[in-house]
Design a protein around this ligand. Structure first.
Ligand code: HEM
Length: 405
């Protein structure tokens, strides 16, 4: 069995969340960034959202962004929690900027260098695209006094809409990331047991992994308790899409790029489960309608493209994990002790079924929060672009195909 290069990776101990506690405000040197973000939130008030005419009062706010001093970024790189807060503040400010403009606005949208230069520097350092991603809305956006027992233990630092519904939406996802971390040491134990061909132990750990995934599904379904579908549809998700942007650079230069915005499809833990189980060739298969975006002609599958929205070191780790997943499946399938192999397959299939249940639960949530709302006559651009229930069903069905027999 080829050894996993990243077997000693800290991701197997701590998962993908930042190790040091998050900070909710940057040091005073970067007050201008924090101030501009809180100004956007307070101007928005409780009942305003993006609209075709643009958001009233935001022309002046965008002018502040243009006049913002070009603050240094080098010093951020020595302090990870401060760096992540900077990234979060800058990406939220970017989305306030692009979604407060009148629509249809002239595309592409020009992002002033006062915002774009520090944002791109911070993004390059982290290996993330210069747009608001799931890392910004969730992973860098909460703190907890330790292990979070309940959703209330998760403090959310920034929102767009200032609604409790948005806070709950973020808390649910943060809790999934937080609890999902338990899957990582289990994966490492399974890898060691597979390495020593100790299949009895593999089954025990696979069953524990299935329980973790089942717990994630329970958390996911709790979204309905405090996030109203209409509020989510009309006032929360409208902030997430990216777009075609012209980023101002130093010296008057600029660069045009198109990026999607934040989507939970960028969750490292869910991507890790697919990779570890070796079902990536199924779930990351290009599918016509969805994978046509953006119009760059690429045939890259949607979930593979979503990897580009993960921090660079997560991507490298997941590629390695995916190689392991393929090997694990072959090893179980070809194991000479057929009785033992059959038991292991059953345990493996229970994890696949748990993933299928997670995806079925998610489809029900998307139907309630997007499809039903669309039917009520609203226009839609999607969590990160489109409602995609059909697409999500096809991923769920591909997951089931991963079962071994
Ligand atoms: C109101 C709640 C939610 C809505 C409306 C929603 C909507 C969507 C949509 C439309 C997609 C397709 C990709 C896109 O266009 O962004 C998607 C993908 C995805 N979402 Fe959600 N989502 C919700 C909550 C969650 C939560 C709490 C999680 C848990 C982390 C999650 C995990 C995923 C994953 C992993 C994908 C990629 C497809 C897959 O792997 O099955 N979503 N979601």
């Amino acid at each position: 069995m080829t050894r996993l290069q990243s077997i000693s990776s800290p991701y197997f101990e701590d998962g993908f969340l930042p190790i040091q506690p998050a900070v909710s405000r940057l040091p005073s040197q970067w007050d201008a960034w924090e101030d501009i973000l809180s100004e956007a939130t307070s101007r928005l008030g409780f009942d305003l959202s993006p609209s075709p005419e643009g958001i009233p009062g935001f022309e002046e706010w965008r002018d502040f962004v243009h006049k913002m001093p070009l603050l240094p970024t080098q010093e951020l790189f020595d302090d990870p929690p401060v760096l992540l807060r900077a990234r979060q503040v800058l990406t939220f400010t970017l989305h306030f900027y692009i979604h407060s403009l009148p629509k249809p606005s002239s595309t592409p949208i020009h992002v002033p260098s006062s915002l774009s230069v520090p944002l791109r520097a911070v993004s390059d350092h982290l290996g993330l695209p210069p747009i608001c991603t799931y890392s910004d809305t969730i992973c860098y956006n909460y703190s907890t006094p330790g292990f979070a027992e309940s959703l209330e233990d998760l403090t959310i630092h920034s929102t767009f809409s200032s609604t409790p519904d948005e806070v709950h939406f973020y808390r649910i996802q943060a809790m999934i990331e937080h609890r999902g971390t338990r899957a990582m040491p289990l994966m490492k134990s399974i890898i060691s047991a597979v390495d020593s061909l100790y299949l009895q132990l593999v089954s025990t750990y696979l069953d524990q992994l299935a329980s973790v995934v089942n717990e994630l599904t329970e958390i996911l379904l709790n979204i309905r308790t405090d996030c109203d579908p209409a509020v989510f549809f009309n006032r929360v998700r409208v902030w997430f899409p990216g777009g075609k942007l012209v980023y101002g650079l130093e010296g008057g230069r600029s660069v045009e790029e198109e990026w999607m915005g934040s989507s939970a499809a960028q969750s490292s833990i869910i991507q890790a489960l697919d990779a570890f189980l070796g079902i990536e060739p199924l779930t990351h298969k290009p599918q016509e309608r969805y994978d046509a975006r953006p119009s760059d002609g690429s045939k890259m599958a949607f979930l593979t493209r979503m990897r580009l929205y993960l921090p660079a070191d997560h991507r490298a780790f997941l590629e390695d994990l995916n190689r392991f997943g393929q090997q694990m499946r072959s090893l179980i399938l070809d194991h000479p002790d057929r009785e033992l192999a059959a038991e292991t397959m059953e345990a493996y299939n229970r994890v696949i079924e748990a993933m299928q249940k997670f995806r079925s639960g998610h489809i029900r949530i998307v139907a309630l929060y997007v499809t039903t709302q669309q039917r009520r006559g609203e226009k839609s651009t999607g969590t990160g672009g489109t409602s995609g229930v059909q697409f999500l069903k096809s991923i769920r069905d591909q997951t089931i195909k991963g079962k071994m027999d």
